[in-house]
Design a protein around this ligand. Sequence first.
Ligand SMILES: *Cc1c(COP(=O)(O)O)cnc(C)c1O
Length: 387
Amino acid sequence: MNQNRIPVAGPSITQREIDYVTDAVTTCWYGEANKYHAKFEQAFAEYIGVRHAVSLPSCTSAIHLSLAALGVGPGDEVIVPDVTWIASAAPISYVGATAVFADIDERSWCLSPQSFETCITKNTKAVIVVDLYGSMPEMARIREIAARHGIAVVEDAAEAFGSQIGDRMAGSFGDTGVFSFHGSKTMTTGEGGMLVTDRDDLFERACFLRDHGRVPGDVNFFNHEVAFKYKMSSMQAALGLAQVERAEELVGRKREIFSWYEASLAALPGVSLNATLPGTTNSYWMSTIVLDSSIGLDKVEFGRALAARGVDTRPFFHPLSSIPAYQHDAEAAKARTRNVASYQLSPCGVNLPCGLSLTREQADFVCDQVRAVLAECGISAAVSEAA
Ligand SMILES: *Cc1c(COP(=O)(O)O)cnc(C)c1O
């Protein structure tokens, strides 16, 4: 293991974060325990442009809570894009519903509206739309299709903090929107998540379900339903407040990192970087490179070659229908033949280092290593330098 390998992700922590967390751990107990939650939730809701935000221990719990609050359960089907992190889909199983894996659109890397519509049956109760690597799908079409069929929309914006369609923020397009503050994400609380919504009924139901089925403010241990315990600590909320106050800076940094890669790599033949539809402003959580299959280098070989040169990467998400977790799943079997774009795009992509502390020099080094690996495959760097 090369100790100096450039890491694929990582946060930006300043004195502000340290001060808020220190204050939280020192003072936020007993009656003061929720001081930072309230501030964090309000600042986050304001940034996203929604009425309600509920801070949670993870994005996975935010998706679980969304489905539970929407009343999704056994016998229901929930549509999810095939190419995403398993956290987008796993909560469908938690509530006893069936995951249906729709194809992605190669122009956005996100849910294909056409495939979404094809997957709808009389049992479809919800769709989980995923903003992959900061990109966003054709949201207007997806919302129109969902509305026409009476299907609820959960927007998984875990990877799209700061992305926009027009001037509307990612996470604000569904009945609920969900975010992750895992250490690898654009803004972090170490571990953590957020559920946002404009719907009062879903907000109230989520607040009730996340605290063991008691009414907010209850001090009499009087539980009305068997539910869940999904909360973050005040130390995490304090960290989150500091991070969301720096949202423009953090997102700006991600965009800058992508611009370095774009300037250096986009013109290489057979190479494409993050797909973004016109009208979408991508926040580039992960700068991602996809090689044309004609180059003959899959993501595992590509990642291994870059690792040998001191560059840490991650493979493009595998289609969920292809991984062992869904090996014996009947819906996954259908998806394997249906989802052509998912199976075309996923095998040859890797995420490049884009931690928030990445320097221009490190990005240049990464680009040099990418060129060197491609040169070994007969793809000439000279082409892009001339371009
Ligand atoms: C990171 C991520 C999640 C899960 O977030 P956790 O906070 O780890 O639960 C969910 N969906 C997507 C698309 C993610 O990238």
